[in-house]
Design a protein around this ligand. Structure first.
Ligand code: FES
Length: 68
């Protein structure tokens, strides 16, 4: 599924970038990491949501490792 139609960036590419660079905190930073720039901006809410989801998963992973 395309996350950013203007730059032809799909959800798999976004997930890979977020896995490699968990410090990314904004859609603009995510675009930079993907080697792109926002154009129409319609993808920014979806990218923000993917960033939040990645952070939640990382937090859960940390909590589970700490509980071991
Ligand atoms: S859909 Fe990403 S900039 Fe247009």
């Amino acid at each position: 599924m395309f996350v950013c139609v203007c730059n032809a960036i799909n959800d798999r590419a976004v997930s890979e970038v977020l896995a490699r660079s968990p410090q990314i905190g904004t859609p603009a930073a995510l675009h930079r990491a993907c080697g792109s720039k926002p154009q129409c901006g319609r993808c920014l809410p979806s990218m923000a949501e993917m960033i939040e989801d990645a952070r939640a998963e990382a937090s859960l992973g940390c909590a589970l490792r700490a509980a071991d």
